[in-house]
Write a protein that binds this ligand. Structure first.
Ligand SMILES: Nc1ncnc2c1ncn2[C@@H]1O[C@H](COP(=O)(O)OP(=O)(O)OP(=O)(O)O)[C@@H](O)[C@H]1O
Length: 237
């Protein structure tokens, strides 16, 4: 079943073209890794797919429905983490998640919220204000927030950013578990080896265009070094 479809997405800023004719589909249970050099247009694309930015052209469909025409319903089916996640800086992780739950209309009690924090390696008893959290802790909380309302689609822009090696391995397992539960996952990263380990399919953006869209099986059959060389070549195309 198709969860997300991008159709001929275009974006430009100040007359400069940023995305050109970006089209792809993402199915239930599929993990799509998006790669691209700095400035290739990944975050811009993710913002458009999450409805946070209006494209100059093209359309986004969530579960077959136009995103633009049913945004509140679509938003409830997405878990989104793009750019630096924004939190209530003076509040604890637990309070931040409670507020998010209320906003998303999910009925969770305190112990369910605590379990969501524990699942991401965050101590629910930690009353420290978010402004004192490390980058890695913020990324963990961002992921807990993405998952707590059990969305059908996860849109994660550079979720590995700031994570230590143990957390990277844990995140891999979180993504795989979510996909196995039927969620579609779209994520970007600059860590090629991790994308090769987690994704079912890899899409490379180069200067706003898709330069490669390939199943992981095809890359795996080449061996890691050759696969990484092909990905880098596509990023520079
Ligand atoms: N609101 C904006 N106004 C003007 N230019 C923008 C805006 N947002 C992004 N850009 C430009 O669009 C291009 C693509 O940016 P984007 O953040 O999408 O790239 P990226 O692939 O996510 O890069 P990185 O890997 O460095 O995060 C960049 O040249 C950026 O400066």
């Amino acid at each position: 079943m198709q969860v997300l479809e991008a159709r001929h997405i275009e974006q430009s800023f100040d007359g400069r073209s940023i995305l050109q004719d970006v089209s792809f589909r993402l199915e239930k249970g599929q993990v799509l890794g998006v790669l691209g050099s700095n400035g290739a247009g990944k975050s811009t694309l993710f913002k458009i797919l999450a409805g946070l930015q209006t494209p100059a052209g093209g359309e986004v469909l969530i579960q077959g429905q136009l995103l633009a025409s049913q945004y509140p319903q679509a938003l409830a089916r997405m878990g989104i983490s793009i750019d630096m996640p924004v939190f209530y800086e003076g509040l604890s992780a637990r309070d931040n998640l409670s507020i998010h739950c209320a906003y998303m209309g999910c009925q969770l009690n305190d112990s369910q919220i605590d379990s969501a924090l524990n699942a991401m390696g965050l101590a629910a008893s930690n009353t420290t204000a978010l402004k004192r959290y490390s980058l890695g802790m913020r990324q963990r909380l961002a992921l807990a927030r993405c998952l707590i309302h059990q969305p059908d689609l996860l849109i994660l822009d550079e979720p590995l950013n700031g994570l230590d090696p143990k957390a990277i391995v844990e995140l891999r397992s979180v993504i795989q578990t979510q996909a196995a539960a039927g969620r579609a996952v779209l994520f970007s990263s600059h860590i090629l080896s991790e994308v090769l380990k987690v994704a079912d399919r890899v899409l490379v953006l180069s200067q706003g265009r898709i330069s490669l869209d390939v199943p992981i099986t095809e890359l795996a059959s080449m061996g890691d070094d050759a696969a990484q060389a092909q990905l880098i070549q596509a990023m520079e195309a």
